[in-house]
Every structure is written in C-alpha cells, then in structure tokens.
Design a protein around this ligand. Structure first.
Ligand code: DGL
Length: 264
C-alpha cells in the first residue's frame, strides 16, 4: 500500500488544503486530522498549540504518512517547536511568497489570522525575509474560525464577523489580503461579495504546489492511477465537517470521530 499524505488542522480549515491536494495530486491518498474539540487554537497558548500539534503528528505518523501538511496557520507559527520524523509543510512561508509575487508594486499587504498567529508576528518576520519592502497590516479574529467551523449557515453572523475582521485593515487601502487562517478560504465567496476589489491569497494553493514539487524531486509520488482514499479523523462531532466538505466539493471515503488523549 502506498503511503498517504497527512493533513492537520484545528478543525475544518485544512479541508482547503485537501481540496488543493485532490486537484493537484489526484493520485495521492490523504489522512486528515481536525482537532475540533480543542479549537479554536488561535485563542490558546503557544505551549498548548505545540502540545496538541505534536500529538496529532504522532497520530499521523502511526498511520505511516509520508509527509504532513500543516494547514493551520496557528500551528505553523510554531513550526520550529514541532517534532516529526516525516517532512512537515508549514503554510506561512508560502502565503508570504505568493503575496510577494502577485502584489509586486504594492507596499502593504493585508492579513487576517487568529489572535495567536498575529501575536506571534510570524507573517511580518517571514515577509521581511522574502520582500523587505512590503509591510503587513494585520487584524485578528477570534470568533470567525469558530463560526466557519460549526455555524457556517448563519449568514448574518458570518457577514458581521467578516466585516469586523476586514474593515479595519481595508480602510488602510490594502489591495491584497492573505487569508492567514485555513478556515477563511472556505468563505472566499462571502468575502468577495463584501470586498469585490480585494485580491485574496489562499496560502494552501502555493503550499500544495511546493509539496507536489517536493514529492516529484524526491520520487515520493504515488505512481498508482487515482487516489484510493481520503480518510478524515476528528476529535469532535463529525457533522461539523459536512457543510465544508459539500462546499469544497471534496471526495471522501471515511469520516471518523477519535479520542486523542495527549498521553497515549
Ligand atoms: N485553523 C486555524 C489557523 O489556520 C484557525 C482556527 C483556530 O483558531 O483553531 O490558524
């Protein structure tokens, strides 16, 4: 059996990475882990985020994945503290690379992300290395990921929280906005409706392009035609995933609730 690609997130957000994998790497099997029970990670301490992420990495490694995509920006902000035997693909670097490339003449780049991601300053630090002429203007949102995770059908709440997140930075004349939380590309349609002129960056697109390159260069691609499975594990109610799976038009064979005890 060919090894799968592991994808981890705090909840449904990483399904945006799954979508990219299914499109760009159609032969790859996927094992997804969403820690809905403990989300939002963005409101937790970095120590908790690292502890939970390491437990998920261990879970995925036991399933013998060949690489792990860290779809969660909050976890990626702490990537240097994670322990893994397989290659880890963080997301922040790719979001910055993509934004720097597409927003060539622009001096400021907008960012919406969780409180923990914004507080870590990881996007600013990374952008400084990639494109020192660009300034990140960030705003955090502590409630929007949770609403996307479990109440996406509540349109009034959704639109209100999108405005609350983007309005403060939109006023500063930002033309390009990094969706610095994996949950946000799921509601790209609603963001576009409110801000039609904004160029939105989903960092998962570049992240999976780079993963594809890596697999090719290291001869790690699945050579069998067509993926056999996408398995999804979650620590909370699996029904939370249904709306996002439908919206992203994902192919899925298994949805399972698991108890992940940190000291297993
Ligand atoms: N998935 C997380 C991220 O990309 C956001 C959701 C959370 O706070 O758990 O940062």
């Amino acid at each position: 059996m060919q090894k799968a690609i592991g994808v981890m997130d705090s909840g449904v957000g990483g399904l945006t990475a799954v979508k990219q994998i299914q499109q760009m790497l159609p032969n790859e099997n996927i094992i997804y882990f969403g820690d809905s029970l403990r989300m939002p990670y963005g409101n937790r301490t970095y120590q908790e985020v690292v502890e939970y992420a390491n437990a998920i990495i261990e879970f995925l490694e036991k399933k013998e994945v060949k690489a792990i995509v860290i779809a969660c920006n909050t976890v990626s902000s702490q990537i240097t503290k994670l322990q893994a035997k397989v290659p880890l693909f963080g997301i922040v670097e790719y979001g910055c690379q993509e934004a720097a490339e597409v927003a060539k003449g622009e001096k400021t780049i907008g960012l919406i992300a969780t409180v923990a991601t914004v507080k870590s300053g990881i996007y600013e630090k990374t952008m400084k290395k990639i494109a020192p002429d660009k300034k990140i203007i960030a705003n955090d949102s502590s409630r929007l990921p949770k609403v996307i995770n479990s109440q996406m059908e509540n349109a009034i709440l959704l639109y209100m929280l999108i405005k609350e997140s983007i309005d403060p930075i939109y006023k500063e004349d930002v033309q390009t906005l990094i969706l610095g939380c994996s949950h946000f590309p799921i509601i790209e349609k609603e963001i576009k409706t409110l801000y039609p002129s904004l160029r939105l960056i989903d960092p998962a697109v570049r992240q999976i392009k780079e993963l594809k390159k890596y697999l090719e260069q290291n001869h790690m691609q699945n050579d069998k035609q067509g993926a056999k499975y996408t398995h999804l594990y979650t620590t909370a109610d699996m029904f939370e995933y249904v709306a996002s799976i439908k919206r992203l038009e994902l192919k899925l064979n298994k949805l399972e609730e698991v108890k992940l005890f940190l000291n297993d």
